[in-house]
Design a binder for this molecule. Structure first.
Ligand SMILES: NC(=O)C1=CN([C@@H]2O[C@H](COP(=O)(O)OP(=O)(O)OC[C@H]3O[C@@H](n4cnc5c(N)ncnc54)[C@H](O)[C@@H]3O)[C@@H](O)[C@H]2O)C=CC1
Ligand SMILES: NCC(=O)COP(=O)(O)O
Length: 338
């Protein structure tokens, strides 16, 4: 049986999502990629493409089954609403479209009508104005899948590095109280199993960071390492995972250090995302591990400052589409091998 197309949610239509989707579809012949459908607005996609100098044929579809036939000649679009295209100027109508698209793309993936979902960027503050009450798309998709938000693990991956932030969209001051041995073990084990099943790493090597400078320097600069992280490392090792740490975060991202692990599990958002974006911004993918479905996203946000200028790089969005396609193909092959 053929693999179903991907569903791409349009993201905030005032951001760079629409022009990236249009440009990537336009590259499909020169640079083969998985078939996909855009969930959003057909007229808006055409307006974004035109501003980018692309003559974009669209095929309004109602089922994903129609997307495969259409993809070669037109961008398949599940047309949810007609919203004005005003790049760089977010609006409530645009945020409502972004939310509706995220919701529909999630449903398509959960029902298996899409082989994976790729989410173009949203602005969390804009979506909050129209009732979005999740910290990010990760938690929204987890809920759509019926799994607890704690079990949806964010990983950012690029050619040089993979990172998991154990705590994500929370104030830095709250991080120490949110970290626990249980949380570290649970989320690291989910990430390790996903690397085995979806990324073909039979025994992923995982390095855990410390929380404090120099991983606490024997308790002189903090106690979280000894009290929380070391017991987690021991438990994970006892479960058979190739885990080591806590390592000082400042010295584990240089080239030689990165060769010693497949995944860095970090204690908070910026500890993970700063090295990833410094090294791999233009090919960085944000993927949610631990879900029954596949969900990826580019590592960047809405970039309102350059929306509609033709300047945004397609690199991260294209990498997110390719990774979703690769993971879907691996799951498809595994389901036949089972
Ligand atoms: N996957 C998602 O949905 C994400 C959403 N966000 C949201 O995006 C909004 C804006 O966040 P910022 O911190 O400003 O990050 P941002 O990633 O939107 O922009 C940061 C800088 O990178 C540039 N940039 C971003 N993507 C680019 C691309 N493809 N090509 C060239 N340059 C690019 C922007 O022009 C800007 O100068 C926030 O509301 C945030 O919540 C942020 C990260 C991920
Ligand atoms: N910093 C990563 C980010 O903002 C993406 O979050 P999410 O919307 O994918 O949960």
């Amino acid at each position: 049986m053929a693999i179903a197309p991907l569903a791409i949610s349009i993201g905030d239509p005032a951001g760079i999502g629409p022009e990236l989707i249009a440009r990537i579809w336009d590259m499909r012949r020169a640079d083969p990629m998985p078939d996909f459908a855009c969930v959003g607005s057909a007229a808006l996609m055409q307006a974004a493409a035109m501003k980018d100098g692309i003559d974009l044929p669209v095929a309004r579809i109602s089922t994903m089954a129609e997307a495969r036939d259409a993809f070669g000649e037109a961008l398949p679009v599940i047309d949810l609403a007609d919203v004005d295209y005003t790049p760089g100027r977010p609006s409530e109508a645009g945020a409502s479209l972004a939310l509706a698209a995220l919701d529909r793309a999630s449903a398509l993936a959960v029902r298996g009508e899409a082989s994976a979902m790729v989410t173009a960027p949203i602005a969390k503050a804009e979506l909050a104005k129209v009732g979005f009450n999740h910290p990010g798309q990760t938690e929204f998709v987890a809920e759509a899948c019926g799994i607890p938000a704690e079990d949806a693990v964010m990983m950012l991956a690029g050619p040089s590095l993979r990172v998991v932030p154990l705590t994500v969209h929370v104030a830095l001051a709250k991080v120490p109280s949110l970290l626990s041995t249980e949380l570290i073990v649970r989320r690291t084990a989910i990430a390790a199993r996903a690397l085995q099943s979806d990324y073909g790493l039979s025994s992923p090597r995982i390095a855990l960071t410390g929380l404090n400078p120099h991983a606490g320097e024997d308790g002189r600069m903090g106690h979280e390492e000894a009290e929380i992280i070391v017991p987690a490392v021991r438990q994970l090792q006892a479960q058979g995972f190739a885990v080591r740490g806590p390592l000082p975060a400042d010295t584990m991202f240089h080239a030689a250090a990165r060769e010693k692990y497949d995944l860095a599990v970090c204690m908070y958002h910026d500890q993970a995302l700063i090295p990833l974006k410094a090294l791999d911004f233009d090919q960085g993918v944000n993927v949610t591990l631990g879900l029954p479905i596949i969900r990826t996203s580019p590592d960047h946000g809405t970039a309102f400052d350059i929306a509609g200028t033709g300047r945004p790089s397609v690199g991260p969005m294209l990498a997110a589409i390719r990774m979703a396609g690769d993971c879907a193909a691996r799951r498809h092959a595994n389901s036949y091998a089972a």
